[in-house]
Design a protein around this ligand. Structure first.
Ligand SMILES: [Zn+2]
Length: 256
């Protein structure tokens, strides 16, 4: 019976995550286009036909319609479904780590903001200020939900990554974008300084590796800039989920 309850909880969490990220798809599509993302029916981007409820069931609709619009048969990007699956996975991870608690909900909200930032930045090379404000808001809520991260740690978290980034941006033209810097300041409230530093370390590793691959493929010569936001977002999610364990293991190696 206990196992049954666990499975039910996991299924509910995954379904909720997929539904919320289904809405996040709308945000990712509409915010850079300055469209209202609260009201207004969803349309097929090709034929403009309004989508019915049946067309918008997360994951299921896309699979049943074999990735095509029901009305004009134009292919629908798999990305929407991938984002929905990601939502399910992140909800499961949050609940697995924190149980059905406010903590899980707060962390999931943080992941949702990071996901929106990552996709919009990859699409447009810009991070909308609204997302930065949302990240800061989740950070302020987390002060109450995660009292174990001290206020001092959060205050240092605001500047410990964004400060050096700002300095680098002033020294090297075309370094970090203003959006990246504001994002790291806002997310520092949520993460505190330790996790912020680790997140930057992960992002630099992943972004650096990606840059090397780009250069090896000789695409970088033509288009040497790529959005760094997605790497920051993945780095922050990984650092928040596993940072404590990684830091303890690392410090343990030196007997600290
Ligand atoms: Zn269509």
């Amino acid at each position: 019976m206990d196992l049954f309850l666990k499975i039910t909880e996991a299924v509910l969490a995954a379904l909720a995550g997929m539904c919320i990220f289904s809405f996040l798809n709308v945000v990712i599509y509409r915010v850079p286009r300055h469209m209202n993302f609260i009201t207004g029916r969803s349309h097929c981007t090709r034929c403009g036909h309004a989508l019915s409820g049946l067309d918008m069931i997360p994951v299921v609709s896309w699979l049943c319609l074999r990735g095509k619009c029901r009305y004009c048969k134009a292919p629908v990007s798999a990305r929407y479904t991938v984002v929905e699956l990601l939502g399910g996975m992140l909800a499961l991870l949050s609940v697995y780590q924190y149980g059905f608690q406010w903590k899980a909900l707060t962390v999931f909200a943080f992941f949702a903001v990071l996901t929106a930032v990552a996709f919009v930045d990859a699409d447009t090379m810009e991070i909308p200020d609204g997302f930065v404000i949302a990240a800061a808001l989740v950070g302020v809520i987390s002060i109450f939900v995660f009292p174990e991260i001290s206020l001092v740690s959060r205050l240092i978290g605001i500047v410990c990554v964004s400060g050096p980034m700002l300095l680098l941006a002033m020294l090297i033209a075309g370094g970090f974008g203003g959006g990246d810097i504001k994002l790291m300041a806002a997310c520092g409230i949520f993460m505190g300084w330790k996790i912020s530093l680790l997140a930057m370390f992960f992002a630099a590793l992943a972004g650096g590796a990606y840059g090397v691959i780009l250069m090896a493929r000789k695409k970088a010569g033509r288009k040497s800039q790529f959005a760094f936001g997605p790497f920051l977002c993945v780095g922050m999610a990984a650092a928040f989920l596993w940072g404590e364990k990684i830091l303890n293991w690392y410090l343990g190696m030196y007997g600290l």
